[in-house]
Design a protein around this ligand. Structure first.
Ligand SMILES: Nc1ncnc2c1ncn2[C@@H]1O[C@H](COP(=O)(O)OP(=O)(O)OP(=O)(O)O)[C@@H](O)[C@H]1O
Length: 309
């Protein structure tokens, strides 16, 4: 079952529609999954989220959230926690007051406030004014607000902006906990490490077009290919052996101390077979591992997308 279905969204902010922010964007968030929308600045992530939240109308396309139209059925938002990009909380209120006010608006028991403050590690600072918070503290209160009432769907636009690595870890733990409890999550992020650890499905967006949907592993395979790194003290032998393996090409060689580091591109995922061939044919293999750098795959994906324009 899907908790968000967006179909062929088109959105332009200029009247003539010459520069659409979204140009036929579709995505789907399955129940109990974490889905992440990734793309460079200005690619259309926030616009997509604002449409899902019923805050701006698309010029074309359809969206359904928890099975309803978010523009006409506002009551669904009681079940949705939303962390907006750069939250704008009232500076004259304390974190606790903000949360209590939200409880009143959403009709949630105020006892929830203590629970969510604890979750984001802000109990100690709850009575300080927002104006006196650091960026990361404000962000944690925004996350706490989204968690009030145990939402079944959490939508977060770059939840890690301005938070330090320890808080990021905490946020990740919170999200993983919610996921275990059945909450669905739709988020944008520039923190690829977090995305790798949390996201079941990744959507890549570039200039208002989604051009990839799949798991992190699929993304690495598609944009980086199967790339194996081999450290060896017998480089000539490796070159000689690899010459006869039709699915391998050498993409790079670098000297590393006494050894050589080869980057091998495989047309098919036959890395186990390859490691056997190297060893049995006398290559001294010191290290053999797959290159699964998500940053690199992301960079390649965006490079490809920019060339397609
Ligand atoms: N209110 C607005 N008025 C006019 N143009 C806008 C408005 N909001 C966004 N845009 C434009 O729409 C495009 C998509 O913006 P959007 O904020 O959705 O990108 P984003 O992927 O969320 O970027 P970021 O990673 O920087 O948050 C950009 O070209 C942006 O300049």
């Amino acid at each position: 079952m899907s908790v968000i279905v967006a179909e062929q969204l088109v959105k332009y902010y200029d009247r003539k529609g010459k520069k659409p922010a979204l140009n036929g964007v579709s995505f789907e968030v399955s129940k109990g999954e974490v889905s992440a929308l990734l793309g460079p600045n200005g690619s259309g992530k926030t616009t997509s989220i604002r449409i899902v939240m019923g805050l701006i109308y698309p010029n074309e396309g359809k969206v359904s959230v928890l099975g309803q139209n978010p523009f006409s059925r506002k009551e669904i938002f009681r079940e949705i926690g939303y962390v907006q990009e750069l939250p704008n909380l009232p500076p004259f209120m304390s974190g606790r007051e903000v949360l209590e006010m939200s409880c009143s608006i959403k009709g949630i028991d105020k006892a929830e406030v203590g629970r969510v403050l604890e979750l984001v590690g802000m109990k100690e600072f709850a009575d300080r004014k927002i104006a006196k918070y650091s960026k990361g503290m404000t962000q944690r209160i925004a996350i706490a607000e989204a968690l009030l009432g145990n939402p079944s769907l959490l939508i977060m636009d770059e939840p890690n902006i301005g938070t330090d690595p320890i808080i990021n870890l905490k946020i990740r733990e919170i999200i993983e906990g919610l996921k275990r409890g059945g909450t669905s999550v739709f988020m944008t992020s520039h923190q690829l490490d977090d995305v790798r650890k949390m996201a079941d499905t990744v959507y890549l967006i570039y200039r208002g077009r989604v051009f990839f949907r799949g798991s992190v592993e699929d993304m690495i395979k598609k944009f980086l290919g199967v790339v194996v790194i081999v450290d060896t003290s017998t480089p000539e032998k490796l070159q000689e052996v690899v010459k006869n393996v039709e699915y391998v090409t050498i993409s790079d060689v670098k000297k590393r101390g006494q050894d050589y580091r080869f980057t091998l591109s495989l047309k098919e995922d036959r890395r186990e077979e390859l490691s056997q061939i190297l060893i049995t044919q006398g290559v001294k293999v010191k290290d053999f591992f797959i290159n699964d750098e998500l940053d690199e795959a992301y960079e390649r994906a965006m490079e490809n997308a920019s060339k397609e324009k």
